[in-house]
Design a protein around this ligand. Structure first.
Ligand SMILES: C[S@@+](CC[C@H](N)C(=O)[O-])C[C@H]1O[C@@H](n2cnc3c(N)ncnc32)[C@H](O)[C@@H]1O
Length: 305
């Protein structure tokens, strides 16, 4: 039996009537229809992602599973996931994972979902560290899920990483994602404050993706972001720039001369942050773009005195 293949608000499983069977093909059509009326602009991949999660298979395998029937338990799980997504919860909180530079990162309430633009920011740090061609030391400020620290540890041979984070909830997610990474150290606290003093003047790269929206901008963010992702990960005082400025002002203490600072930002913040880099002893201060061509980060190299 197939259920709700054309009705936009079709439920995958009518529970009042008892358990029904539904094929993967039909469930996919029903899930797409359901999501098309909800918060997402990409119902097709999201429906496939949820179904793949329910079945415990890779999304690319769904095509081979079209005639398979969902068990009642799987159908109920899909229904519950669709309800959560329709209520605005981020897809990645529901599936429990997000992709970041080819890695699966565990996420959920309390940790920002890693974004594709941050892959570019992490990529700048990785490129710089790999060009050094020797043992490296990096710091990731505001690590959230731990995605940047994890990418540095995985993509740079012999790189020790210190990751700081102020939110207890986010620390929990970072701990999970960084477990089994002996060269990554997670330190709870405000910006640089939890770093050990012996790192002063020795760090090759400081990378940060601080919160960068102003409180006024929050209302214009999509509902799944503003109502579900952590406020502390999104909003900064000072028109969205106070945290980034504190990161820039503190970096010279920790970096070695010639070391790199990379800070993610919102479009339009470049001039203020580049000026702050120059004022705080950085040469080659510039903005860099994300894959969509938007100014997305600032970087600078600490001057050698
Ligand atoms: C935009 S999120 C970035 C998370 C992660 N690095 C990423 O790129 O997905 C900013 C992170 O900084 C953390 N944060 C905010 N204020 C902080 C502070 N004063 N010290 C350390 N971490 C802070 C937030 O809790 C959040 O996890």
């Amino acid at each position: 039996m197939t259920v709700g293949t054309t009705c936009p608000n079709a439920r995958a499983v009518p529970t009042a009537a008892g358990p029904v069977s539904i094929t993967v093909r039909a469930a996919l059509v029903a899930a797409r229809s359901r999501l098309a009326t909800a918060v997402t602009t990409s119902p097709d991949p999201e429906a496939a992602e949820l179904l793949a999660t329910v079945l415990g298979v890779e999304r690319s395998r769904l095509g081979l599973e079209q005639s398979r029937e969902l068990s009642a338990k799987q159908a109920r799980k899909l229904e519950s996931m669709l309800e959560r997504r329709a209520a605005g919860e981020p897809l990645q909180y529901i599936t429990g994972k997000a992709g970041f530079r080819g890695l699966d990162v565990e996420v959920g309430a309390g940790a920002l979902v890693p974004r594709p633009e941050t892959e570019v920011v992490a990529g700048r740090a990785i490129e710089f560290l790999n060009r050094m061609g020797r043992k490296a030391l990096a710091v990731d400020i505001g690590t959230g899920s731990g995605c940047i620290a994890l990418a540095l540890a995985r993509e740079v041979a012999d790189c020790e990483v210190w990751a700081t984070e102020i939110s207890v909830q986010a620390c929990g997610w970072a701990e999970r994602n960084l477990a089994g990474q002996p060269r990554v150290h997670l330190a709870a606290g405000d910006l640089y404050e939890p770093l050990p003093a012996e790192l002063r003047g020795a760090v090759d790269v400081v990378v940060a993706n601080p919160p960068y929206f102003s409180a006024d901008q929050l209302a214009s963010l999509p509902v799944d972001v503003r109502e579900h992702e952590p406020f502390v990960a999104l909003v900064s005082p000072g028109g969205g720039m106070a945290l980034a400025l504190r990161v820039i002002e503190g970096a010279a203490i920790w970096l070695r001369p010639g070391g790199l600072l990379v800070v993610e930002m919102a479009e339009g913040q470049g001039p203020v942050l580049v000026e702050a880099l120059r004022r705080n002893g950085f040469a080659a201060a510039r903005t860099g773009r994300d894959l969509a061509g938007r100014d997305r980060f600032v970087e600078g190299v600490l001057r050698r005195e």
